[in-house]
Design a protein around this ligand. Sequence first.
Ligand SMILES: Nc1nc2c(ncn2[C@@H]2O[C@H](COP(=O)(O)OP(=O)(O)OP(=O)(O)O)[C@@H](O)[C@H]2O)c(=O)[nH]1
Ligand SMILES: [Mg+2]
Length: 357
Amino acid sequence: MKIGIVGLPSAGKTSLFRALTHGSATQEGHSGISAGAVPVPDDRFDWLVDHHKPKKATPATVEFVDGPPSMGEETRKFVANFLAQVRSVDALLHLVRAFESDILGAPNPVSDLQRIQDELTLADMQMVETRLERLDKTLHSTKAGVVTPQTIERDLMREIKDWLDAGKLLTAFEFTEDQLKTISGFEFLTLKPAMVVANVAEDEAGKDVSGAAAELRDYCEGNGLPFEALCAKLEAEIAELPEQEHAEYLEAMGLDRPAREKVVREAYRATGMISFFTAGDPEVRAWTIAAGSHVIDAAEKIHSDIARGFIRAEVANFDVVKACGSWEEAKRLGKVELHIKDYVVKDGDVIYIRFKI
Ligand SMILES: Nc1nc2c(ncn2[C@@H]2O[C@H](COP(=O)(O)OP(=O)(O)OP(=O)(O)O)[C@@H](O)[C@H]2O)c(=O)[nH]1
Ligand SMILES: [Mg+2]
């Protein structure tokens, strides 16, 4: 799961990236793009690890991607370049400046966010136009009335173009299942799941959002966008301290836990993914799977041999396991259910697959 951090120049994207990845980041070639995998904080996973004391504990992770620095580049060009480079991400994290900057002045988060959203729409429009031009050229000599996969795609692209030209959002376009298949390779930016993070000033960290940041929160609520607030600079400073100094620093700042934890959790959720667990010796592991997946897909994730030899899945949700005290106890009490291949996995399911090779 890759999540691209997007925002205007100097919004604090790289500060947030540092806070999220602290040390685990890697540079990707000469593109100036950085990526880093981050474990997803999960109390359920921690409980299972605590309980089983396995040799190996593998949490779920998300990968964050940060673009190259803007270096005074013109905003539109910067954003367009950046978007071209992160087109393949699974979700977007909008980082919006909500702190007063020496250079940029008072924050204007709602209009900053809208500006980026406009750029996303523009990038999608350009993609549709480029594709349409190509299709029109290829289909130039095709007789009217002839239907091929390409004419179907062209007609859909025309429809999408008209829709966008009318100022409507692609998210409101009701794609049929076939149409979704047609556009699946396109990576429309405005169709990607998104969340918003307000980057607030140091002295606003950990407090209820107010002022401009509160306007942004209301805007997000009105538009169905998950919203979080943090001070990226502070979070980066905390993340880069030695582990044993975190608690002290947080307390001094009047913070409970690092806000980045919430952001990672929310970003993970925004991708539409859920976690299931395998727990035992030698490994406790949190696995990432798309919501709505069947237990046979979960088996496939674990190992293709396990999927091939699938007999039944033993399943108990984490809450049940915890309430019983352990998996063994849940089993003794008859709370572990047996399921066939098409059982739909739920977030927090602890799964044991019975299989034969
Ligand atoms: N006061 C304050 N300054 C911040 C905060 N977050 C970032 N900054 C400062 O803003 C400047 C830009 O931060 P970056 O994290 O580099 O921003 P960016 O979005 O990556 O910038 P570009 O990559 O150039 O677009 C730096 O001087 C940061 O120290 C914050 O929460 N509060
Ligand atoms: Mg940067």
